[in-house]
Ligand binder design. Structure first.
Ligand code: NAD
Length: 244
């Protein structure tokens, strides 16, 4: 475990941090996400083949996320508390890089969040790539059009699908180059490039910590690990850091 208090922390989060909020994780082993084949619902080819099915899939995910029962959990809140503590005390920065498309980090109060795989509550024009907010459970259909083109175009989910380039890669590498600690929470280590950040961090000489339910695919690359539910391990880790 890190002995002196790190100044700049980069935290990668994955589906596991939202599991205790009631949002199912993505299980790479069987290639299914909420009983759907990922080739059909999470690739540009799937969208080209059947845009209705893809819109329906994300409409269901969006409606679930906006259900009042879905709330940030103790792990999201602890990270927001850590960021606020670092800012208020002038210690340094806490950056969350999330693979999650939900908005639970923001709802918990985190400000410094990069959604490298996009956001469920946003859509974008297929022609200009202009992003619009869609904070409503009203289903998106292929009849919904952008307002940015003279000949209005379809609005696709603002999600990074398999085979597409994640967002914020330059900013993430910059943040890693300035960090004193890299932490991964609730991610299986199957999806690249996020799964490669621990190797980037190690090559920069950073300590690396995994907080996960079980050993991830790339567990051996972490210098430290704590296993258990994020709702238990994350508040404990944050408390130990704040009190160190
Ligand atoms: P993953 O489903 O591949 O892995 C989740 C990891 O979290 C697993 O290692 C699992 O052991 C662990 N886990 C499960 N419950 C946990 C808990 N209570 N506490 C701590 N850890 C727990 O997820 P991934 O690595 O993030 O990759 C999946 C991809 O699917 C991402 O690209 C993401 O965009 C997408 N996805 C997002 C959401 C979301 O936004 N909440 C949900 C499902 C899938």
């Amino acid at each position: 475990m890190q002995k002196s208090q790190p100044k700049n922390i980069v935290i990668l989060t994955g589906a596991g941090i939202s599991a205790d909020s009631g949002i199912a994780t993505f299980r790479a082993s069987d290639g299914l996400w909420e009983k759907h084949n990922i080739e059909e619902v999470a690739t540009p080819e799937g969208y080209a083949r059947n845009p209705e099915l893809v819109q329906r899939f994300y409409n269901e995910r969006r409606a679930q996320l906006l259900d009042p029962k879905i709330k940030p959990n103790r792990a999201h809140s602890a990270l927001a508390e850590l960021e606020a503590h670092y800012q208020n005390k002038g210690i340094g920065s806490v950056t969350i890089v999330t693979q999650n498309i939900d908005d639970l980090h923001q709802r918990a109060g985190s400000k410094n969040v990069m959604h490298m795989h996009g956001e469920l509550l946003k859509l974008r024009c297929v022609k200009t790539q202009q992003v619009v907010e869609w904070r409503s459970a009203k289903p998106v259909t292929n009849a919904d059009r952008c307002q940015c083109c003279t000949s209005p175009q379809a609005l696709r989910p603002h999600i990074v699908w398999f085979g597409e380039m994640p967002f914020y890669m330059d900013e993430i590498h910059y943040k890693l180059s300035r960090a004193d600690l890299f932490v991964a929470i609730g991610t299986s280590g199957h999806v690249y490039p996020a799964a490669g950040f621990v190797a980037n961090a190690r090559s920069l000489g950073l300590p690396t910590l995994e907080l996960n339910l079980e050993a991830s695919q790339n567990a051996s690359q972490f210098t430290d690990s704590i296993y258990g539910r994020a709702t238990d391990t994350v508040p404990q880790w944050v408390h130990s850091l704040i009190c160190s």
